[in-house]
Design a protein around this ligand. Structure first.
Ligand SMILES: O=C(O)CCC(=O)C(=O)O
Length: 279
């Protein structure tokens, strides 16, 4: 559980085609967030590369031995924050993954999450995307221990549509689910906030979702609207579409309050239906 108040920053980063420029820009923004007192900083999905399956092989690196992972480790250390490194295309042998790495304020690797549920959708006339053309799915859940604060669960974007992941993390003591994501202008307006608030209310945890800024000149129009939701389902802070950093302070009392007021965790009827968290 969350042991003390935690100031978080969601960096809604503008991402372009130049990898070195993306890294330099991320450094400036994470440093800015740290200088505003954030102790946990989140980057978006696919922030060192354009979000396009055709771009992944060119931008992919080994994780955590590649350039971007090492850059994130150094950045966490130099700024003294817990850094949830969004996600980047990973190359491992002849396979590619959509992968998130997180580092402690001393630059220690805290966790590596490979997107479990690949984003393969086809909404006729609106959006078609098929990550599985190039990517392989991850096969493991990720819980990260933020020393002094507690544990958080990690998912990447489409992973938020699968409530089992958040339920299992919460039952194993996570105080928050963090989803670097890049929803789009078709599904974003209907589902992004709904899903974030749903995972929060289902599990009485904080939910942080972090998107790249919208860029209408790129092939993929990210929704933006990075936001933090509290365990009651209230939106604590929400970005618009453009590049920005939004901040929120996560208060441990919010979890205690909602769990005491609406004690769903002790009212579950596992005698009627199975406990998915045990599977
Ligand atoms: O689920 C959606 O509608 C969007 C998911 C997505 O953009 C992703 O997984 O990258």
């Amino acid at each position: 559980m969350l042991r003390q108040p935690l100031k978080v920053a969601l960096v809604q980063l503008k991402v372009g085609a130049d990898k070195a420029a993306n890294l330099a820009h991320a450094k400036a923004k994470v440093s800015e967030a740290a200088s505003h007192g954030a102790k946990l900083v989140v980057l978006p999905e696919c922030w060192n590369s354009p979000y396009a399956v055709t771009a992944f092989p060119e931008y992919a690196e080994e994780v955590p031995t590649g350039e971007t992972s090492e850059f994130l480790a150094d950045l966490a250390k130099s700024t003294g924050v817990f850094l949830i490194g969004g996600s980047i295309p990973e190359k491992d042998g002849d396979k590619y993954y959509n992968t998130s790495v997180s580092y402690s304020p001393s630059g220690q690797l805290l966790g590596k999450h490979r997107k479990i549920h690949l984003f393969d959708i086809d909404v006729p006339g609106k959006i078609r995307f098929k990550e599985s053309d190039i990517l392989s799915p991850g096969n493991t859940e990720t819980l990260i221990d933020l020393e002094g604060y507690g544990k958080v669960g990690l998912g990447i974007c489409y992973d938020i549509r699968f409530p089992e992941l958040a339920a299992r993390a919460a039952r194993r003591g996570a105080f928050a689910m963090i989803y670097p994501g890049a929803f789009n202008t078709t599904t974003g307006p209907l589902h992004w906030q709904l899903l974030a608030r749903s995972r929060a209310v289902d599990n009485q945890v904080f939910v942080l979702v972090d998107s790249p800024a919208r860029d209408m000149s790129s092939s993929y129009h990210a929704y933006g609207h990075s936001q933090a939701v509290d365990p009651w389902g209230a939106v604590l802070t929400e970005a618009a579409e453009d590049e920005c950093i939004v901040y929120a302070t996560l208060d441990p009392a919010a979890i205690a309050d909602v769990r005491q007021s609406i004690p769903v965790s002790s009212q579950r009827r596992f005698d009627v239906y199975p406990d998915v968290s045990k599977k």
